[in-house]
Design a protein around this ligand. Sequence first.
Ligand code: HEC
Ligand code: HEC
Ligand code: HEC
Ligand code: HEC
Ligand code: HEC
Length: 395
Amino acid sequence: MIRRLIGHIGFVAAAIIVSMWLMVASFAQTAPETPDAGASAAETPALVFPDRGPFNPEIIAIPQADMIAAWSRSAHADLSAEAFAHWNSEGEIPPQCAVCHSGAGFRALHGLDGSPVGMPEHPFPIGGVVDCETCHNPRLSEVKQITFPSGVSHPVVGVEAACMSCHQGRESGLSVVKATADMDEDTVNEKLRFINPHYRLAAATNLGDIAQVGYQYPGKDYSGRFLHAKPIGTCVSCHNPHSLEIAEEPCLTCHQTGNPDDIRIAHVSFDGSGDTSKGIKADIAANAAKLMETYLAYAANVAGTPMVFDGASYPYFFTDANLDGVADTDAQGKVVAYASWTPRLLKAVYNWKVVTADPGIHAHNPYYALELLYDSVEDLASADGMNVELGDMLR
Ligand code: HEC
Ligand code: HEC
Ligand code: HEC
Ligand code: HEC
Ligand code: HEC
């Protein structure tokens, strides 16, 4: 059923491909030059298609059918994914969620549907995905900057306006600064709760110090946007905009391998292992594991209540007083969310979550990730009662 629905969306979309030639011209970056196509599209009269009909690709050849197929198999079109189905039982998507979880909400946020620019005031129907018109909207090129959760606005060109609007997370290091202001670093404060940066926030990590998605420790310098090297410039230099996959051959122009997991430029070992033959991803993973080990030790020894992480259930961090490695449950059988946060613990755990919420951080901004991880371990280790060696770990 869902497949058929997606197929239907796909083919209706295909029907408007002709008009899309115009929209594609609005992508200011790497779109290949097709001078004649633009001109002929401008002369093509508007066609009216019936709502449903015999759009069988075997009967009527649809140009760029492969792009439509790639999109329909991608996460952006996966109507059954939690990211789109989460609101099904409620029957509508609140505006503050719909702006990223439905194409219609996204268009409303940016005024692409004729509504005023800004957070819409009404809910949106369920069943919306990241549809064609999210990116192929002629007015998308009018969006010149995107505001991040830190309040910082960053200039954007072309389709990055879309990617950066949705893949920016929902919190920034400033949320943590605000929550912990005027508190003693190592005193448990019952007002503190885990702050979740949200998911797959590639655009925010990519901008590093500019967007400040991480909690940045005072007195430290942080890397800004990971600019990579020309012609790698935007999200779609690496991600196919429809399948979202990373093609490996383009990486080979500059890297010895096309497998992003194995790519490394850095000559130093950040995780202290001395092994510089593995990908930078492995250093980030090792330092993230070190940070987790350190914050769990801090929770038990300094905050005074052992903690456990469970990535499958919100809010991810739970009390584990009996140290059995499983979240404790209360008298009603409900799991007990961790409640013994100190400012120092919240900062470090937040940073760990930022780094691990972006599965591509090794390519989006490896240095920012390594800086956040190092500084968080270092800060936890400086607390009284901690016995942690940084060893050969590097920033
Ligand atoms: C997440 C954003 C995004 C979504 C969603 C998306 N596209 Fe695209 N599409 C792009 C970008 C970016 C390009 C330009 C590619 C390039 O620069 O090479 C593009 C290019 C195209 C092109 C022109 C390719 C060419 O030869 O220049 C067509 C046709 C197209 N898309 C159709 C669709 C259809 C149909 C859908 C929905 C089924 C869709 N796209 C959904 C981002 C998107
Ligand atoms: C700035 C854009 C943005 C906003 C605003 C936003 N989300 Fe998300 N959300 C995302 C992205 C991107 C993902 C990544 C989906 C994934 O995990 O594959 C996501 C994932 C999710 C998921 C799936 C997590 C999982 O484990 O798969 C849920 C549930 C969710 N969001 C709920 C919400 C709710 C509730 C709101 C409103 C209160 C909201 N989101 C607002 C961008 C956003
Ligand atoms: C309207 C919001 C929105 C826009 C615009 C958007 N995305 Fe997404 N993206 C999402 C959501 C939501 C998910 C999670 C979907 C899911 O879990 O099925 C996602 C998933 C992804 C994934 C994960 C794929 C996977 O296999 O898990 C990648 C990669 C991605 N997007 C890249 C991009 C790029 C690149 C652009 C710009 C060309 C872009 N997105 C534009 C909301 C958006
Ligand atoms: C240098 C190439 C490169 C650039 C540029 C890039 N990415 Fe990625 N991205 C990757 C790699 C590598 C991964 C890890 C997944 C993989 O290996 O397939 C990834 C993963 C992701 C994921 C998570 C996918 C998943 O499977 O969960 C999202 C979302 C994403 N990128 C969005 C973006 C956005 C948005 C931008 C622009 C701000 C961007 N990417 C720029 C290479 C890149
Ligand atoms: C035009 C040359 C070029 C291309 C093409 C290229 N890269 Fe890179 N890449 C670089 C350079 C240069 C650096 C180092 C940048 C820096 O440190 O500021 C780098 C760094 C990286 C890093 C971090 C390595 C480290 O040790 O810090 C990753 C991961 C990466 N690239 C992934 C990719 C992927 C994935 C692709 C293909 C989708 C790709 N790159 C394509 C030039 C390129």
